[in-house]
Design a protein around this ligand. Sequence first.
Ligand SMILES: [Zn+2]
Ligand SMILES: [Zn+2]
Length: 258
Amino acid sequence: MRICARLAIFIAGGYPAGLMPQLNRGFTLTWLGHSSFRLKTRAAKTVLIDPWVEGNPACPREAKAFDAIDVMTISHGHGDHMSDAVTLAKKFKPAIVCNYEIHLFLARKGVNGTSPMNKGGTQEAAGVRFTMVHATHSSGIEDGGQVVYGGEPCGYVLTLEDGTRIYHAGDTGPMADMTVIGELYKPDVALLPIGDLYTMGPREAAWAAKAVQARYVVPMHHSTFPALTGTPEMLREELKKLGASCEVVALRPGESLS
Ligand SMILES: [Zn+2]
Ligand SMILES: [Zn+2]
C-alpha cells in the first residue's frame, strides 16, 4: 500500500489525499500551470503571479476564474508570463508589480495601477512585501508583429504577513545571485523553473535549490509543452546527487501548497 502511494506520487507528480506537505501558515499557493500561481494570503488577498491563464494549456478550466485580484506580479515580457495582464488588469484593477519598461507598456495599453520598481527594491501591496531580484533571461514583449523592449527579466521574493518568504524565480538560468538570495532572504519556499530549453533544467535547478536554501521547492515551467523535458522526478534525482535536504513539492496544475 505504502509502495503504491509512493509510486502514484512518482508517476503523476501529484499527491494522494493526505500526503501533501503542509506549512500551516495561513496562505494557499495554487499552481495554475507553467509559471503562474495564485496566492491567497492570510488576510484573504489574492496575488496572481505571472498572468498566463486563458491560453495556458496546463491551467485547469476551473482555475481560470477569479473572484478578485488584489495584486499582479510580472516577471518579464514573454507571452507565457503576461499574456493576460491587460485583460485581467482592466477587469480586476489590481496593483501591478513589474519593472519600469513593462509599466510603460501596460500604460500605453490603457492599464492604470501599475507600481513599477527595479532590482534590489521592495514595495508593499495588500499586506505582502515584494522584493525584485535578478533573473538571467530575456524580456522582449511581442506586440502586433513587433518586439517591444520589456526591460530586464526578474524574480520576486514575497514576504507574507507572518514573515514567511516565497521566492518566484521567473524564467532564469542558474546564477551567482541565487547565493545572495539565499543569504539575504532565506526563502521558505522556492518556485523554480525546471523544464530546460528556455530555463534551467533539473540539474541547474537542483544547484539553485541548494543555493537559495529553501526548505520546499515547487517545480514550475515544466510539462506545459513536449519541448520542456525536465520533470520533478529528475529534479529529485539531481538533489539526491548534491546531498541537498530540501523537499520537492511536485504540484499538479490546480493543486495547492498551504
Ligand atoms: Zn521567458
Ligand atoms: Zn517562460
